[in-house]
Design a protein around this ligand. Structure first.
Ligand code: GLA
Length: 384
């Protein structure tokens, strides 16, 4: 088991549980949000990425109760979740269809269902959640809550799943039970997080290795434009990638060559596939540069340009953040995560200087300035 870590969300989750359920937590687990150095929209195409965990966590405090069922509270949500069973979960399929379950509650029930699917029967429990991972900002608040909930409920049931199995259950909970069609980036990136390192993940096998990150400020810049991976652009892009692979006769776009993409596809499908193929190349180059201690900012600029022009997953606010970072002399910057909103990653600028420049640039357009915060590459899920 990883060493215990304390955090403010962990203390607050335990307090919330005590106030609402009337007793002390049996145990608390926490899991971080994630950033991604490079490798966007490659995960569900069987490619590679270099995610790392950020020093912001979601904490889940749990306590056995006299059954049946589950009660849950989140400090960030007004509605309580009450689930009285019986066996809602198991192989019951998407919990999205259950009336009376608040949207955030699907993640908690999805966690129980994924555990049940792996043979872990969760006892009747009270659950309290608190988090300082911003929601909808592209830093995987949903994977953080899933992994922390699964780890906490597993521990309550006397089980201790390893990192790969935690990631697999969280992915199942999010895609099947919460109905959000995401890839593996968030779950594997969080489960395999190593302080001071990014994880080079090969999504065709789940194999990974830690790669040391270079020193210097890592900034996450939240555009405040909210995206939803369950709908809209993200889902369409996945479908386009699947269609491109079908037309090329390959299992996925990881198996496609640049030549095949140029000769075998046209129009927007060619541009989507070109992004995936070139982004995979950039990830592997970035990993080599990190190991050799060489700069990699050019790869981040190129990744953003490709996401903006070929994959068309950026938005004007993210472009403005990246352009402003460039004009201030950043080492590199790019949009991060699913896109269409969320956050950008900026390397090599002081947070205050970037925040000031973005405040002027966004206020000139009559828009709320982005939030800029410096992050450190943190460790993965741990008891608190
Ligand atoms: C979102 C999804 C991930 C991944 C990224 C794009 O964050 O949750 O699975 O597809 O978008 O790289």
């Amino acid at each position: 088991m990883p060493p215990s870590l304390s955090s403010e969300p962990a203390g607050r989750a335990a307090d919330l549980l005590r106030r609402r359920s009337g007793g002390a937590a049996d145990l608390v687990w926490q899991a971080p949000g994630r950033a991604n150095l490079i490798g966007e929209h490659t995960d569900y195409n069987g490619g590679w990425a270099l995610p790392f965990a950020i020093d912001r966590v979601t904490a889940v405090a749990v306590r056995r109760r006299d059954g049946p069922g589950l009660r849950a509270w989140s400090a960030q949500e007004p509605e309580m979740l009450v689930w009285s069973g019986p066996a809602p979960l198991g192989a019951a399929g998407p919990t999205t269809a259950n009336p009376g379950v608040p949207p955030w509650g699907r993640y908690v029930l999805g966690a129980v269902a994924a555990l049940a699917g792996s043979g872990v029967e969760v006892p009747a429990a009270d659950v309290a959640i608190d988090s300082d991972v911003p929601v909808g900002a592209g830093v995987s608040s949903s994977a953080a809550v899933l992994i922390a909930t699964i780890a906490a409920l597993a521990a309550l049931a006397g089980a201790e799943p390893g990192a790969a199995s935690l990631a697999a259950m969280a992915h199942r909970a999010e895609t099947i039970h919460a109905g959000v069609p995401v890839g593996w980036l968030d779950h594997l990136g969080i489960a395999h997080a190593t302080p001071g390192h990014a994880a080079l993940i090969d999504f065709s096998t789940g194999a990974w290795e830690p790669v040391p990150l270079q020193r210097g400020p890592l900034l996450v810049v939240d555009s405040h434009v909210r995206h939803d991976n369950a709908a809209g652009g993200y889902r369409r892009r996945r479908e386009e990638c699947a269609q491109a692979a079908r037309l090329l006769g390959t299992a996925d776009l990881r198996a496609a060559t640049r030549e095949a993409v140029e000769s075998g596809l046209e129009g927007s499908l060619r541009r989507r596939a070109r992004h995936v193929v070139t982004e995979n190349g950039r990830v592997l180059t970035a990993a080599g540069r990190l190991r050799a201690g060489k700069p990699l900012g050019d790869l981040l600029w190129a990744s953003h340009a490709s996401l903006r022009d070929e994959f068309e997953a950026s938005c004007p606010e993210l472009d403005l953040i990246v352009d402003t970072s460039r004009s201030l002399g950043a080492d590199g910057a790019r949009m991060m995560g699913g896109g269409f909103g969320g956050s950008a990653l900026v390397l090599g600028l002081p947070a205050a200087a970037l925040a000031g420049a973005l405040a002027s640039a966004f206020e000139r357009r009559g828009q709320r300035p982005p939030a800029v915060w410096e992050v450190a590459a943190a460790g993965g899920p741990a008891p608190a």
